[in-house]
Design a protein around this ligand. Structure first.
Ligand SMILES: [Zn+2]
Length: 196
């Protein structure tokens, strides 16, 4: 099975966008200064250093028999294309709870997380660098209705054909699952909405 875990959607060299211009603590203008092997925006007044990290996201492969649920995206990145339901993890949330919440918000369905399929680094643009956690889930309740960032939801065969997908990351995960890799076990205290 061929596995791809790093996806770059742009030429990464030379980009330094998305950095703060002013110190969020004292308001002084930041300057690039050497810090732990690289130049980082640094406050000459109070010493604040802006470290940038990828944002963890969770994507949910909701499976029903031989079908997978996809949504047509109503917002960037990937507006108009299809993708797995996904979103950011809130600071106070664990990733399993976030996956259950995102599935509910975007599809109306209540799900239980069954496994962790894979992790992916996505360099989407100079502004967006995601560490995507992909989980598989099954439906336990709710009513299918597109919401939040999705304009439309529809079931597609796991084996394809798939509609126009916004992210090859999603395609690779769906293929892995369709070929029989169902993933790593999950912590049942968090993988179900009622913590069974
Ligand atoms: Zn400062």
């Amino acid at each position: 099975m061929q596995v791809k875990q790093v996806f770059a959607h742009y030429e990464r060299s030379g980009h330094l966008t998305g950095n703060f211009e002013y110190c969020p603590y004292c308001g002084a203008q930041l300057e690039l200064a050497a810090s732990e092997r690289r130049l980082r925006p640094t406050c000459p007044s109070c010493g604040f250093v802006q470290y940038r990290n990828p944002a963890p996201t969770v994507s949910v492969l909701i499976v029903d028999g031989e079908r997978v649920l996809l949504g047509r995206r109503g917002a960037s990145p990937g507006k108009g294309t299809w993708s797995l339901p996904s979103g950011y993890i809130d600071y106070e949330e664990d990733f399993l709870t976030a996956a259950i919440r995102e599935a509910k918000e975007e599809t109306g369905l209540e799900v239980e997380i069954r496994s962790i399929i894979n992790l992916v680094s996505s360099f989407v643009s100079p502004r967006f660098h995601f560490l995507g956690i992909y989980v598989a889930a099954c439906v336990v309740g709710g009513k299918l209705v597109a919401g939040d960032d999705l304009e439309e939801t529809e079931w597609f065969p796991l084996e394809g054909p798939l509609p126009e997908m916004g992210f090859q990351e999603d395609v690779g995960i769906i293929e892995m699952y369709a070929r029989g890799f169902t993933g790593l076990p999950v912590d049942l205290a968090y993988a179900t909405a009622d913590g069974r």
